[in-house]
Design a protein around this ligand. Structure first.
Ligand SMILES: [Zn+2]
Length: 128
């Protein structure tokens, strides 16, 4: 016998300094990244440490807002999700994408009418 049930799991998320700066930037239609003084890459989205070498990242900089799709997938329900290399960044962000999705396609963010400090401040990216 298999018994299917849902459980409620309340939680609080503490974003931390870097993620808070990233999320607050989205409210102002800015996508923030962090330059790494250790290996020289620019990490987007902004994080406290470099994803390549582990060094603490420097003063946040703005990247994008446009970028190029590096890879993508579908959920089988008509939605496509892509890794996007924003202009000026060396790492990818992951988001919903609409349009003729293809590796290398240029995309731009579609901002929420009333952006809040969460990733849905960008409702999706659109192929340009
Ligand atoms: Zn680094």
């Amino acid at each position: 016998m298999i018994y299917h049930q849902s459980i409620k799991l309340p939680y609080r998320y503490t974003a931390g300094e870097a993620n808070t700066a990233f999320l607050m930037g989205l409210v102002e239609h800015k996508i923030l990244a962090g330059p790494c003084g250790g290996c020289g890459i620019t990490v987007a989205p902004l994080a406290p440490f470099c994803t390549k070498c582990g060094s603490r990242l420097g003063t946040p900089i703005e990247v994008g807002p446009e970028g190029s799709i590096t890879t993508w997938t579908t959920d089988g329900q008509g939605r496509n999700f892509a890794r996007i290399r924003l202009d000026g960044a060396d790492t990818d962000i992951f988001h919903l994408v609409e349009g003729d999705v293809a590796v290398g396609a240029r995309v731009k963010p579609i901002w929420h009418d009333d952006p809040q400090p969460e990733i849905t401040a960008i409702t999706r990216f659109a192929v340009v």
